[in-house]
Design a protein around this ligand. Sequence first.
Ligand SMILES: [Zn+2]
Length: 259
Amino acid sequence: MNVNTDPKTRLLWYRIFPSPLGHILIAQSDRGIAAIEFLEPDKSLRASRLSRKPELELARGRDGQDIEGAYQDLLDYLHGRRRGFDWPLDLRWVRSEFHRSVLEATAAIPYGSVVSYAGLARLIGRPSAARPVAQALRWNPLPIVIPCHRVVGSSGALTGYAGNKVALKQRLLSLEGVPTVRAGKTGPLTIQTQAMYVRHPGERAYCLPTCPSVLPCGRATLLRIASRERAEEAGLAPCRICRPDLNPLPRAPCQAVFS
Ligand SMILES: [Zn+2]
C-alpha cells in the first residue's frame, strides 16, 4: 500500500457514481484516493460522512482526475476483472496509530480469504482488542480497497459492514469465492468454515480445516481461504501432513453476484 499520512492539505475532490452496489462516492486529495463511501439510499453529498467533517473542504471533481480511473478500476473489481488496487492512498484522516495499524493489517488479507476480528487483533499485537478492531473497521475510509469485508466474527458471522450492510459484505465475499450460509431462516449469515482451507499466521503452507496441526486454541487466528486456487495465488504450498492437494475439499456452491 502506498500511503501518505502528512496532515496538511484539507481539500478533497469528490464524485458520485452509479455502481452495482448502489451509488458510491470517491474522493481524492492531491496525495491520493482518500475516501470511498456507499451512499444508498440517499445519493447526495449530504449523506456522506465527509460532509460532517468541518476540517475538510469539499469540491466537485473535474473530468480527467484520478477519481475517474479509480471508478473504472472499482467496476472492474466488482465484475471480477481485477483483484486489487495500486492507487496511492491518502490516510491522513485516520484517527490514530491503532486505527492505522488495523487498516494496514486488513489491507494485507489476500483476495478470497477471511480472518476474524480477534485474529486481526492478535496479528497487530493487541490480542484483547477484538472489539476496538471491529470499531476501527466501521470507520474504514476506503472499503473494498482496504478489504474490511474480509474480517468476520469469531463464529464466522458476517457482522457489521458499513453500518449494517451485511448483505453487501456477503456479495463482496461471494465475488471472491468465499462460501457463506444463513444459519436457519433467521440466523446470521456466516462463512462456511468447514468448506474453507486454513493457514496459521506466518506459515507458508495451507491446510484442511481438519488437519491435526490446527489446534482448537489457535482457531481464532486462522486465515480461512476459499479455495486451493486462492491459496496458491497467495503463494502458499499444500501442508505435508494433511495434503489438501491430494484430499481437496468439495467445492461449495457460490453464486455469481454482480451483473
Ligand atoms: Zn495440514
